[in-house]
Design a protein around this ligand. Structure first.
Ligand code: HEM
Length: 180
């Protein structure tokens, strides 16, 4: 994944726990890189190692690390660096999700080697819809959960998210029901 993702992990840790904790996480993960270049692709394994290292050092579940990273990704990484892109995604939380399937095609203009996830939307109601998440990467459903919550905060909307189907229980992709 592009270095900007590892940079977000580092930023989230530094902001909440400080430099000493970040050093411990790097050590625990066996990752000896301190400066990540946003526009350079890194091995996915490195990002997973950092997230697992953070979970071990902070003694919090990996699911919590990933969901916190998802919120941070929208509210800090996204809003601070790509605010107008995020705002162009829709005028409300509902509209943003309906447009989500096209979102990473715009991101690809900036990150040409992106291997983006794929999203499909179904069961659209006034106050809920289903988001289908497809990725060749495993284990990131909690990151997606956090992304929804970041987007909801951005649009000042209260939401509930339920994971209806998952690759963990034999489905070929994740299905979330999102209500607001
Ligand atoms: C400013 C906004 C955004 C930017 C710049 C961005 C960019 C990126 C980048 C660079 C990656 C790493 C993938 C790679 O390097 O191959 C990524 C992955 C990902 N993005 Fe986005 N993204 C944005 C918003 C979103 C939103 C709004 C969602 C969904 C709600 C989302 C869902 C994901 C997921 C789930 C991944 C993990 C990769 C996977 O599942 O295979 N992103 N994105």
């Amino acid at each position: 994944m592009y270095g900007i993702v590892n940079k977000a992990v580092k930023g989230m840790v530094l902001e909440n726990f400080g430099e000493a904790t970040w050093e411990k996480i790097k050590q625990k993960s066996g990752v000896d890189i301190d400066v990540f270049l946003s526009n350079q692709p890194y091995d996915d394994a490195l990002t997973y190692k950092l997230a697992i290292g953070a979970s071990e050092v902070l003694e919090i579940p990996l699911s919590k690390v990933l969901s916190t990273l998802g919120e941070y990704w929208i509210l800090r990484t996204g809003m601070e660096n790509y605010g107008s892109l995020l705002e162009s995604g829709g005028n409300s939380f509902r509209e943003f999700l309906i447009n989500l399937p096209n979102f990473h095609s715009r991101v690809m203009l900036m990150f040409p080697d992106l291997e983006p996830p794929e999203f499909k939307i179904s069961n659209i109601q006034e106050k809920s819809l289903y988001v289908h998440y497809y990725s060749h990467r495993a284990g990131l459903a909690d990151f997606v959960y956090g992304l929804f919550h970041g987007l909801a905060k951005m649009h000042k909307t209260e939401i509930e998210v339920e994971l209806l189907e998952s690759r963990d229980n034999g489905h070929d992709h994740e299905v979330f029901e999102v209500k607001w």
